[in-house]
Ligand binder design. Structure first.
Ligand SMILES: CC(C)(COP(=O)(O)OP(=O)(O)OC[C@H]1O[C@@H](n2cnc3c(N)ncnc32)[C@H](O)[C@@H]1OP(=O)(O)O)[C@@H](O)C(=O)NCCC(=O)NCCS
Length: 159
């Protein structure tokens, strides 16, 4: 298992996974391409046996001087629930601490019925700030969640 920065050559597989998971709400390939340069962090998790298999990816952008926004996060359906999301998120938070010490907070939006994602975020001490009605195009509600990086010093998770 390895975690690497996403490159242009990865976008085909990443966009395919994005479409499979988020369907009509998926980010377009051109947006993904822009995010290669404009994101704070765009990492993939992959498995290398004979070939390299994409397992998932995560994207954070900087939306204020001291704040990052986790705007996309997906693990391939057949690998979900096996700890890869935990591994990728943990690695991203550690990477941010080491490389962007000015970032003090991370926010994200998650569908209110996405229990797996919410449990994962709570495991890392994200908390729900508020519910935003009709946040998504299809009028579903979202929770705004936030993590204060300064209050959580280290992740001691058994993976
Ligand atoms: C959300 C997502 C990224 C999580 O990645 P994952 O690899 O499936 O997550 P993990 O296996 O690391 O599990 C993380 C936590 O979720 C919870 N969880 C796992 N399976 C669960 C289930 N079936 N139901 C509820 N919670 C579950 C657990 O708390 C687990 O932690 P634990 O095993 O230490 O208790 C992934 O499931 C996914 O891509 N989902 C679809 C896209 C999505 O919703 N993205 C997030 C948008 S905000």
């Amino acid at each position: 298992m390895r975690i690497r920065t996403v490159k242009k050559k990865d976008l085909y597989k990443i966009t395919k996974l994005e479409k499979k998971i988020f369907q009509d709400q998926a980010f377009s390939k051109s947006l993904m391409k822009e995010l290669l340069d404009q994101s704070l962090l765009f990492h993939k998790i992959e498995m290398k046996i004979l070939f390299t298999k994409l397992i998932g990816f995560i994207i954070l952008i900087k939306d204020m001087n001291d704040r990052a926004n986790l705007i996309n996060f997906a693990i391939k359906p057949k690998y979900q629930g096996r700890g890869y999301g935990t591994l990728l998120l943990k690695n991203s938070l550690d990477w941010l601490r080491s490389n962007h010490s000015l970032i003090k907070k991370i926010i994200l939006n998650v569908k209110t019925d996405n229990n797996r994602a919410i449990r994962l975020y709570e495991k890392f001490e994200f908390h729900i700030v508020k519910k935003i009605e009709k946040y998504y195009q299809n009028k579903e509600a979202a929770y705004l969640m936030e993590l204060n990086l300064e209050s959580v010093k280290k992740y001691d998770l058994s993976l």
